[in-house]
Design a protein around this ligand. Structure first.
Ligand code: FPP
Length: 233
């Protein structure tokens, strides 16, 4: 149902070709295009892409502004194509920190695609998993009539940015790094993880299929023992 992706390795892809880092990000948008198309065709319902973390602001100003420009361009150029392919676009993250022009474009595309029922592409923008949890706690405290004794995991999850989105079944990370990098910390509790050494700009349809074949061989136990009934406690 839901694939989440940490698109890593754009900088190294560019460096290995003696290109500026932004060229890696630009090439990365082509991989985004192919993966969105593939997931749509496969009937996957949600695809979450880690496009800009809160920590990414620590990068050189030039790289940061060009990354946002790329995202804005993507939103501006792809809107009709998203509609044509029945793709709904959503963003998660701290919206008020997103540059105004990107936010405007984003909200326009979110509005245009709101009722589409194909694949939902979730862009994580100015996103941090820890900040998301803190933001949820703040929202809960602001709701004066909440009964804290009755607050359980299901209710808590309704205060996250992902309230309307199921937890990821599969996390894909490119470029071989073995980290979750502050991505969907709450939601990833039982996600299967698939890591490939391939840099994001080289990630193609074939790699999605490899990840899915591998996923299908996994046994998801969610903490239980397969084939054994739960204890009667
Ligand atoms: C990580 O590679 C990648 C990012 C921080 C940005 C991801 C953005 C894109 C793929 C472009 C636009 C996205 C969309 C949705 C249109 P890195 O720069 O950390 O690579 P490195 O670890 O090799 O330096």
């Amino acid at each position: 149902r839901h694939i989440a992706v940490i698109m890593d390795g754009n900088g190294r892809w560019a460096a290995s070709r003696n290109l500026p880092r932004i060229e890696g990000h630009r090439a990365g948008t082509k991989a985004v295009q192919e993966i969105v198309e593939t997931c749509g065709r496969l009937g996957i319902k949600f695809l979450t892409l880690y496009a800009f973390s809160k920590e990414n602001w620590k990068r050189p100003a030039r790289e940061v502004s060009r990354l946002w420009n790329l995202l804005e361009d993507y939103l501006r150029k792809k809107d009709q194509e998203l509609v044509k392919n029945k793709i709904r676009l959503l963003a998660i993250g701290q919206r008020n920190g997103i540059p105004a022009s990107v936010r405007k474009e984003l909200e326009k595309v979110e509005g245009m695609t709101r009722d589409l029922d194909g694949l939902t592409v979730v862009l994580a923008l100015n996103y941090s998993g820890r900040a998301e949890i803190v933001d949820a706690v703040k929202r809960i405290f602001r709701e004066r009539n909440i009964d804290l004794d009755r607050l359980d995991e299901q209710t808590f999850a309704r205060y996250l940015y992902t309230a309307s989105i199921p937890d990821p079944d599969l996390l894909i990370r490119t470029s071989g790094e073995l980290r979750v990098s502050n991505f969907l910390l709450w939601q990833m509790a039982y996600s299967e993880i698939w890591i490939t050494p391939v840099f994001w700009p080289d990630f193609r349809r074939l790699h999605v299929l490899q990840a899915l074949v591998d996923y299908q061989k996994r046994e998801r136990r969610f903490g239980a023992v397969h084939g054994q009934p739960a204890a009667d406690v």
